[in-house]
Design a protein around this ligand. Structure first.
Ligand code: NAD
Length: 481
């Protein structure tokens, strides 16, 4: 069977890419070649932006109540095809079907919130700011926005952005991750079914050349990026230098603090799910667990027991708890971290290299290191795989200080039954997604999503009310009649 070559979606039509260079898309559970992503460049980005720019004029004049009807239609289409979409996510990304279903649901919830645009887009007004003078502030769309997406949530992440952008009256260009283009292919087919006017939503396939073309295109007003921190910082700086609005969500090293007074069974269940769900390829995954005081041994034993029960395999098969990592090169990278951890003197408690899973896939079993120091490679770098580190400390202040020292402050959690400890944690922790007795502190579609320090570049976070700020200019009109 020949592998499908992905197309671009421009001006309401699927068009063959000009590029003859490709990224090979493989099912990470089997190694089977399932498609080829053309690595498009400046010319194709330009064609898509022109189409989006052309559509902007009439789309912004379309009443918001009419614009959101297309989002209602899209939600209907997504509900109808949710199972199909989840299966595609699993096939190209490797996560289990239930994880894929959850991510599709989270995507649909974005559309539900964005469809509230008639209320959420409203401005403010005040009469008589001076004698006979009235003032109002209205939100206006800015033009063409683009999103650049990562591999780990192929269906959901672009949905963090485009429903809000187009509800606000902008038009849009999506560049999915070249590693997982099939989920957005289906989403865009469904936007077509939903009847969005041609040019409102566009898609160009590619990798860094397409990103650079987006960053330098003069007719792109703003960019929503999600990916690793070095690329997020580059996108932020380059986009800003080219006078674009940028929100760039980067990588993570998430600390989970477990106090001795925690409800231990619940805490350890949540931490296990957080660290090994989606094979650790989540920006909210637990990276470092810090047992405080005398609970170290209990935490370690409890994690080992739970990790032994995790069944690793093809995520499309029933009974599998954890799928492969995204690709063979990524597997090699994660194995390199395990080797580095051993070399630097951390104690390897559970070795995921012994995994017994189907051949051909990029499988790594759940892995646990103990006595990890913050300056070890495994203690510092974002591993983005099923490798969890334990770093015991004496006090909550020690734990908070350890978390504070790390530049990636995406998410962090505490497990405790003490209101005082919880308050100390939430008040002092730097990460801007903070969990109290929650393993994956993921804000839902009606709240903002994004980290702090080196995990986020920009001002306005993704989705929630902040999306309406990011995708509009607030024009102030002062009138005297
Ligand atoms: P990545 O940075 O490698 O790629 C992200 C996007 O940038 C892709 O579309 C890719 O084509 C493009 N890209 C890659 N290298 C580039 C370069 N040198 N120049 C220009 N563009 C480039 O990220 P990934 O491996 O796809 O995704 C995993 C990363 O995403 C992890 O670091 C994870 O923490 C992060 N992530 C963060 C969040 C969040 O909310 N903060 C959510 C999901 C994933």
């Amino acid at each position: 069977m020949t592998a499908e070559i992905l197309k671009n979606y421009i001006g309401g039509e699927w068009v063959a890419a000009e590029s003859t260079e490709y990224h090979e898309v493989k099912n990470p559970a089997t190694g089977e070649l399932i498609g080829k992503t053309p690595l498009c460049g400046a010319a194709e980005v330009d064609t898509a932006v022109r189409s989006a720019k052309h559509a902007f004029g009439s789309w912004r004049r379309t009443p918001v109540e009419d614009r959101v009807q297309f989002l209602f239609q899209l939600k209907f289409q997504l509900e109808k095809h949710a199972e199909e979409l989840a299966a595609i996510v699993t096939r190209e990304n490797g996560k289990t079907l239930s994880e894929s279903r959850g991510s599709v649901r989270r995507g649909i919830q974005m559309i539900e919130v964005a469809a509230g645009a008639p209320s959420l887009l409203m401005g403010q007004a005040l009469e008589d700011i001076a004698g006979g003078i009235d003032c109002e502030s209205v939100r206006q769309p800015l033009g063409v926005f683009a999103c650049i997406a990562p591999f780990n949530f192929p269906a959901m992440v672009p949905m963090w952005f485009f429903p809000f952008a187009v509800a606000c009256g902008n038009t849009f260009l999506c560049k999915p991750s070249e590693q997982v283009p099939f989920s957005q292919k289906l989403v865009w087919e469904l936007t077509h079914e939903a009847g969005f006017p041609p040019g409102v939503l566009n898609m160009v396939q590619g990798g860094k050349d397409a990103v650079n073309a987006i960053l330098h295109h003069p007719d792109i007003a703003g960019i929503s990026f999600v990916g690793s921190s070095p690329v997020a910082e580059y996108v932020y700086k380059t986009g800003a230098a080219n006078r674009k609005r940028v929100q760039a969500l980067g990588g993570a090293k998430n600390y989970i603090i477990i106090m001795p007074d925690a409800e231990m069974d619940k805490a350890l269940d949540a931490v296990t799910e957080s660290a090994f769900g989606c094979a650790g390829e989540r920006c909210l995954a637990a990276s470092i667990v810090i047992p405080v005081g005398n609970c170290h041994e209990q935490v370690r034993q409890g994690l080992v027991e739970r990790m032994k029960k995790i069944r690793v395999g093809d995520g499309s098969k029933p009974g599998v708890d954890m799928g492969p990592v995204i690709s063979a090169p990524h597997k090699e990278k994660v194995l390199g971290y395990i080797a580095a951890g051993e070399k630097e003197g951390a104690e390897l408690v559970v070795d995921g290299r012994d995994v017994d899973a189907d051949q051909g896939g990029s499988f790594i079993g759940p892995t646990l290191f103990d006595n990890v120091k913050p300056d070890m490679k495994i203690g510092y770098d974002e591993i983005f795989g099923p490798v969890l580190c334990l770093s015991p400390v004496e006090t909550l202040d020690d734990a908070l200080a350890m978390a504070k020292n790390h530049p990636l402050a995406n998410a962090s959690s505490i497990f405790t039954t003490s209101g005082r400890s919880a308050r100390n944690f939430r008040y002092n922790v730097d990460s801007s997604m903070a969990g109290v007795n929650i393993g994956v502190a993921a804000p839902m579609s009606f709240f903002g999503f994004g980290g702090a320090k080196g995990s986020f570049f920009g001002d306005l976070k993704a989705h929630g009310r902040e999306a309406f700020d990011f995708y509009t200019d607030r024009k102030v009109v002062i009138s005297r009649w």
